[in-house]
Structures are given as C-alpha cells and as structure tokens.
Design a protein around this ligand. Structure first.
Ligand SMILES: [Zn+2]
Length: 331
C-alpha cells in the first residue's frame, strides 16, 4: 500500500506579552508562546509531521530561526509552503490527528475554528483534521504552565490516487462536468462571473529569464475544457498566453512591478516570497475584475486589448484551487 505516515512534536515556552496562537487562531490568554515565528505550536507539529512523512527533515531546516525573514511569521503561511512542497512531491494529506497539551486556557471553545483555519489552508474537509486538547495533569513543565506542547500525525496518500474522488468545491458546484485527467493545483485560477475557468497562473519567486511554461501546459492539458488564457509571473516579468487546446501563444508581456507595485509599495525592495507574489497578483486580478482599489487598474488597456479584461469582469480568483476528479461547473 502506497501511503506514508509522519509524526511531529513541538513545544514552546509561555511568556507574558506575546499572543497565544494555536492552529492559526488567536486565543485570549494572559500568556502567549515565545518563538521566532508566531510560535504556533500546533501548526508546527503538523508541518513537522508532513515533512517527516516524506523524510524531508524538519521545519527548522526550511524556516531557520536564524533567518530574519521568518521573524514573527504567520505559521499558516509556512504551512501553505510545506503543503505545496508535499504536492510537488506528488502527495496529498489523507488525514491529520493532533493533540495540544496545555494546562490553561480552555481550548475546547476554539477547536472548531482551528480546524476550519487549517482545513482552509490545506484544502481539506474539517473532518480530515483531528485536534484534541488535554492537560498534563499539572505534571512537568507543561503542567506548571511553563509551556504548551503539541503532537501530530499525518497520513499522506499519493495525489494522483485521490484524483478520482470528486471535489466538493462550492465555487464550481453546478451543472456541466469538466473532466480532470490528473490532480492539478494551479497557483492561481481566475474564474469569470459564472465560475468558468478563464486563466491559470503560474507564479515563480525567482526571475530566470525565460519563465518555464511546462507546468502551465501540464495543467491546461489535464483539463477536458479549453481554458482560454494562461499567465506566468516572476518578480520581473509577466507573460500572458492564449491557449487553443494545443499550443500556448504569447499575447502580452508586462513588467511585474508595473502591474502589481500598486498593491504593495515595498515590492522590489528585497527578496520576493512566493506566497506574497501570489497575493499581489491576486490583488491585481481582483482589481481588474471588480475595481476594489482603482477605477483603472494597472495594465487595463493591454489586458482589454487581448480580450482578457472582459472575461475577468465580475469574476473571482482562487489561490491554489485543487482541481481533481470530475469537477462540475455551471454551464
Ligand atoms: Zn515551533
């Protein structure tokens, strides 16, 4: 049987003057967890279990506490990156079970919210995530409220094996069937106002001259419908292509800073992290779709010139939307 299991453990010290964040949820308490990132001990244990299942080391290796980049980092952002890594290796999560060991505060009222947050980031159903809370019966450092510990186990299954399962995505839960030949997770999917796929976007955090379009072609070929546009983004260039079901033809190129600098004044002033580049591209696409920030968003004219703007109008974007199985969408 082709499955992998991983085990994770973490503990952080409780101190005054820090927020208590568990499973991405800020929990009111007079003490919080000390750490380089936001010290979300539950999320850290889960990440370690995910990495452990594939013998990929631990989170300290990927997000070293000596790297200022991760100071105060939102652990859900790190979780998203670990999730992506697992996907890239061809695996997805079957289920997670975890325990948070804390003497105080009472965690029960917050567990459902933690499950929802984690399920949202990991694109799982809440019932695939077990979170239990227990005390340490006043024993040891956790019992003396010097810290909070967490244990997690994660089961991974091959991503393709689950590809035959139908996905329950309310965004795409109507009428016409689109067959998906293999599970794909485009970095960003742009949908029109009727939830039809308009464009798949590939985001790369490093500019390497010619952007690699092989992923994009794989994604497009995995779908039984023709998605009319594709976009590649790196910190320097944006390329837009038209897809005819067979070949990608470049139709527009833009400077990344011109398109998304508007949504992040700090853009260009340091290393670009994949996650934030994705967020900014989404901000721009959403602005093109419904003008949340500007009447005339950057590059509107070029995007209109290739017929893309019209299709984006009133639509939405989805980051890392998992497309697998028979996806059903509105006609
Ligand atoms: Zn930790």
């Amino acid at each position: 049987m082709n499955i992998r299991i991983g085990n994770g453990y973490d503990i952080h010290r409780l101190v005054e003057g820090r927020p208590l964040i568990l499973g991405g949820v800020n929990i009111p308490h007079e003490l919080g967890l000390l750490g380089h990132s936001d010290a979300d001990v539950l999320t850290h244990a889960i990440m370690d279990a995910m990495l452990g299942a594939l013998s990929l080391g631990d989170i300290g290796h990927y997000f070293p506490p000596t790297d200022p980049q991760w100071a105060g980092a939102d652990s859900l952002v790190l979780l998203e990156q670990v999730h992506r890594l697992i996907w890239e290796k061809g695996w997805q999560i079957g289920n997670i079970d975890s325990v948070v060991v804390a003497e105080r505060p009472k965690l029960k009222p917050h567990i459902e919210k933690m499950r929802d947050r984690l399920a949202d980031v990991l694109k799982l159903k809440p019932d695939q995530i077990g979170i239990k809370a227990t005390t340490n019966e006043k024993l040891g450092p956790v019992g003396r409220e010097e810290g909070i510990a967490s244990h997690a186990v994660v089961l991974l299954v091959p991503a393709s094996k689950a590809a035959s399962q139908p996905v329950e995505n309310p965004q795409l839960a109507n009428a016409q069937t689109v067959e998906i030949k293999a599970a794909i997770v485009p970095d960003i999917a742009a949908l029109d106002k009727d939830d039809r796929l308009v464009m798949l976007v590939k985001v790369q955090e490093k500019a390497v001259g010619q952007t690699d379009i092989s992923d994009v072609i794989c994604w497009l070929k995995a779908l039984s419908i023709v998605v009319p546009f594709a976009m590649t983004v790196d910190p320097e260039d944006i390329q837009i292509f038209q897809w005819d079901g067979d070949a990608l033809s470049p139709v527009c190129s833009l400077k990344t800073a011109d398109a998304i600098g508007h949504y992040s004044p700090e853009f260009g002033s340091g290393r670009v992290v994949w996650h934030y580049l994705c967020r900014m591209v989404e901000a721009w696409l959403d602005d093109l779709a419904y003008h949340w920030k500007s009447e005339v968003p950057p590059a509107s004219e070029q995007i209109a010139g290739i017929g893309l703007l019209q299709r984006l109008q009133g639509g939405t974007t989805q980051a890392q939307m998992e497309l697998r199985g028979d996806i059903v969408r509105r006609d």
